[in-house]
Write a protein that binds this ligand. Structure first.
Ligand code: MF3
Ligand code: CO
Ligand code: CO
Length: 284
């Protein structure tokens, strides 16, 4: 297999899928409050995708080799859950942090994005982890332009997160995306500058660092559902995800919508105050 390059029409289709994925998160935001269950969030999202947007929830029934079919329409990863948490009947409570990861399919093209949500008032430690993880993702995005290598992206994320005393999960990574959910290449969130694949115009991939407050080690969750991953030391874990297109002189973030959070100060670009994709020129 090789990395797919999106032409103008492919990029336009990915832009639409990306915006729709982000709009699912916008729609869910007001519901993410103490007392709601993650199953209810899943139900609301499923209805919004299928009845309002005319999109297909990519996770539902998704079955990579060696996995059981994923049973829900999105992932909800609460507190020490690193990723792939399956919605259930537990209620969210004040002080929880939850990652909601949405992937939609529109006209056969995938948009994949996740955000952290603070449930009511949260500890300073939890808020800081979520903020630093958001900035870590953006340190990776800001590197993207033709000629740069994947190792440069991973390195930027790793250096920033580790400097804050956090650790990067290594077992899961970003991925190429398009007419398939998970395509080549793998996008590691750690690495060495000047190594791995050279970026080319038209590539589309996700950047989705998982960052732990404690050690980087992970294990299967106690549910033994084949999906849920937790931190081995039970420390909090956060993740953000965007889908990014490589443009002639930088990048375009495809998974943006009216409710996208503002860009960190260090990112040169346009504030996402419209539904237009965020175009950035990576610094050389
Ligand atoms: N959305 C996840 C990602 O970012 C993948 C979830 S697979 C699922 O790659 F089946 F759990 F949904
Ligand atoms: Co992804
Ligand atoms: Co995702």
């Amino acid at each position: 297999m090789t990395i797919t390059i999106k032409d103008k029409a492919g990029a336009a289709a990915m832009r639409l899928a990306g915006r729709l994925a982000s709009e699912v998160l916008d729609y869910l935001s007001p519901f993410v409050k103490p007392g709601i269950t993650t199953n209810e969030i899943d139900r609301l999202a499923h209805l919004y995708m299928t009845q309002v947007q005319g999109t297909v929830p990519a996770p539902l029934g998704y079955q990579p080799p060696g996995y059981a079919p994923y049973p829900k329409s999105l992932c909800t990863s609460v507190n020490h859950v690193v990723c792939h948490g399956i919605p259930n009947d537990k209620v969210l409570k004040k002080g929880d942090i939850v990652n909601i990861d949405v992937t939609v399919i529109k006209d056969g093209w995938h948009g994949d994005t996740s955000r952290m949500f603070l449930v009511g008032d949260c500890s300073i430690a939890a808020k800081r982890l979520c903020q630093v993880t958001y900035e870590a993702m953006w340190h990776g995005i800001a590197k993207v332009r033709p000629g740069v290598r994947l190792g440069d992206i991973g390195h930027a994320i790793q250096v920033f997160a580790e400097r804050q005393g956090y650790s990067i999960v290594r077992e899961f990574c970003g991925h190429g995306i398009g007419q398939k959910f998970h395509e080549e290449p793998q996008v590691l969130h750690y690495g060495r500058p000047g190594t791995l694949e050279v970026l080319r115009e038209g590539m589309v991939f996700t950047i989705e660092p998982m960052i732990n407050l404690g050690k980087r080690d992970i294990k299967d969750g106690p549910e033994k559902d084949g999906w849920t991953i937790v931190t081995r030391d039970h420390s909090l874990s956060a993740q953000w995800e965007h889908t990014v297109l490589v443009t002639p002189n930088g990048y375009e973030v495809l998974t943006v919508s009216a409710g996208s959070p503002p860009l960190p100060d260090f990112v040169p670009g346009f504030a996402p105050d419209s539904v237009a994709a965020i175009a950035g020129v990576a610094k050389t």
